[in-house]
Design a binder for this molecule. Structure first.
Ligand SMILES: NC(=O)c1ccc[n+]([C@@H]2O[C@H](COP(=O)([O-])OP(=O)(O)OC[C@H]3O[C@@H](n4cnc5c(N)ncnc54)[C@H](OP(=O)(O)O)[C@@H]3O)[C@@H](O)[C@H]2O)c1
Length: 333
């Protein structure tokens, strides 16, 4: 039997476990040019909330259908195949679904993985996957930290943010400030990840804290959140500031997204640039090799929170919007 977690109803704002339901069905049979894969790990990504709304379809993904398995990234193993490009035994990273088994076809986003190293497979969904590589591409291509720079990172304890903080340091930034929502996560970010200071966006006076922790202004803002935090940050940017715009998790669940002060970009000759990591698929080897080297050298540390069983996907995903996660959240299917 195949275990799936389906979208039972469209989340109203932040997702809750009741928006999802576990469903059992026959394990599917692959058709022409398709393969049956066993999903070994399933990634929980806040960004997929974006496609749970009814009219959310765009160039990246269609809107998710009710009562269908929720789309998500997986690390999977081919177990039956009618496609010579997907041989049995191949491990791959795919954009598939919250299921124990999925059908992978020629039109799916599938990236073959090499497994001849001692890297845990789940890392390919986190520090060596879409989130770790987002931190890498956003900093290397857009932010380009310089010695002495002050870097501010939102959702600093999330899967992208905790890696971005470490890479910013490796690349030479001097003052690294994060946003999170609890004292416990703030302490861990400073003591275990290496942030210089952390602002609690739920309880602190954000402008006062930005002025205190960034006395020389902000050179780089790695934005995962958008909304009101971006508005606060724009009031503190330096001339020539760079803003890699990685995601807008606050906007996915808000009917009133900010900011209202984009003119600050003009007056500071600053640059905000969005990017999609999967558009860099031809550079995945470059990113993964660099991230692996930093891991091997001890310059980069992995923080991962693992859940057990496909049926935990809905609860674990909802936790991303309730501030419960630290580092990368994955489900061992
Ligand atoms: N551009 C790309 O190719 C790409 C690839 C991957 C991810 N992304 C985007 O990058 C962002 C971060 O992803 P992730 O995987 O690191 O996220 P994550 O691990 O799921 O963490 C999300 C974090 O966002 C914070 N958050 C949630 N709602 C918020 C709100 N309303 N206001 C402020 N903070 C809020 C929470 O942290 P605290 O409780 O600690 O504040 C939460 O832990 C997302 O927007 C995602 O869509 C983009």
């Amino acid at each position: 039997m195949n275990t799936s977690v389906v979208l039972k109803r469209r989340p109203a704002g932040k997702p809750v476990p009741e928006d999802f339901e576990v469903a059992e069905s026959e394990t599917p049979t692959p058709g022409v040019n398709e393969a049956l894969v066993e999903n070994l790990f399933i990634s929980l990504d806040a960004g997929f909330r974006n496609w749970m709304d009814e009219d959310a379809g765009d160039d990246v993904l269609p809107a998710m259908a009710l009562d269908h398995p929720v789309m998500g990234l997986t690390v999977s193993k081919v177990i039956q195949s009618n496609n010579p490009d997907l041989p049995v035994g191949q491990i791959l990273m795919g954009r598939l679904a919250w299921q124990s088994h999925s059908i992978a076809g020629p039109d799916d986003f599938l990236v073959p993985l090499t497994t001849d190293d001692d890297v845990p497979l789940s890392y390919h969904l986190g520090i060596l996957g879409d989130t770790g590589m987002s931190a890498y591409f956003g900093l290397k291509d857009i932010a380009q930290p310089q010695q002495g720079d002050t870097v501010v990172i939102s959702a600093a304890a999330g899967a992208v943010g905790y890696v971005a903080g470490q890479i910013a340091r490796i690349m030479g930034a001097t003052n690294i400030v994060g946003f999170t929502s609890s004292a416990e996560k703030a302490e861990k970010l400073v003591n275990e990840v290496g942030y210089d200071a952390v602002i609690n966006h739920a309880t602190d006076d954000i402008d006062a804290k930005l002025a205190e922790y960034c006395p020389n202004g902000i050179d780089i803002y790695f934005d995962n959140v958008g909304g009101q935090i971006l508005e606060h940050v724009l009031n503190h940017i330096n001339e020539g500031a760079r803003i890699p715009f990685c995601g807008a998790v606050a906007d996915y669940t808000s009917t009133n997204p900010g900011p209202s002060n984009l003119f600050k970009l003009v007056t500071n000759s600053a640059r905000i640039q969005g990017f999609m990591t999967h558009h860099n698929v031809d550079r995945y080897d470059e990113a993964r090799d660099q991230l692996k080297d930093w891991l091997a050298d001890g310059k980069l540390t992995c923080f991962e929170q693992q859940y057990e069983g496909v049926d935990s996907c809905g609860t674990a995903f909802s936790g991303l919007f309730a501030g419960k996660n630290f580092g990368k959240s994955v489900v061992k299917a």
